[in-house]
Design a protein around this ligand. Sequence first.
Ligand code: FMN
Length: 229
Amino acid sequence: MSKEMTRRAMLAAAGAGAALGAAAQDAPPAEEKILIIGVSGSPRKGKTTATAMAAALEAAKGVDPRITTELVDLGGMKIAGSDGTSSSAGSAPDDFDAILPLLKSPNLGGLLIGSPCYFRSLSSLCKAFLERLAVLREPELLLADVPVGALAVGSYRNGGQELVIEQILTAMLCHEAMLVGGKPRAHQGATLWNAHKDDIAQDELGMESARLLGVRVAGAAVKLAASKK
Ligand SMILES: Cc1cc2nc3c(=O)[nH]c(=O)nc-3n(C[C@H](O)[C@H](O)[C@H](O)COP(=O)(O)O)c2cc1C
């Protein structure tokens, strides 16, 4: 009996057969997984940007069984902007270093980047994160052809959401990434209005735009994966 069969038999005997069952059998092989990472660029952990990003990722997951997602909430992290070199850093190690291995995953299929609107621009934390992505440009363009979509949340209905999205996507052009927009009513990406004291779920249109962005990025990632076969 193979080692795996022995393990299965033991789990079944322990009454864990059902747990092992369908999920494990349906899981795609590791190399076929398509990873979609969603980055929330608000300094406030778990607030509106992170909530909207989580919804986008959840929707992305529904596109294809091979899709796995990771939410990277920059809230509470210390990330310095680039020190002007194209290598990783900041002058000292910081929280970006912990995120880097995930961003370098060979399974990376798509990237979603979100920021709150701060004075009609992106947050300094999100900007610092984008600058530090320089390490993924040289010596090799690791994000080339990766579908990237953007999401922005503001407390005003017209608080600069589209400008923030444009700034994020413009930065990603430097990586030769594939920029992905949204769907009708939010063609540029996901635009959300925090009009209910951080209860962003009440912005139904905005949350829908987040979900549709997740679906768009995931759809593009799946098409690209097929083209690589
Ligand atoms: C310094 C600062 C500047 C802001 N500027 C804007 C703005 O220009 N437009 C806007 O719509 N909201 C603005 N806001 C509100 C935030 O974008 C809004 O509360 C957002 O939901 C915060 O995201 P978070 O919940 O993920 O932290 C600002 C907030 C702060 C703290």
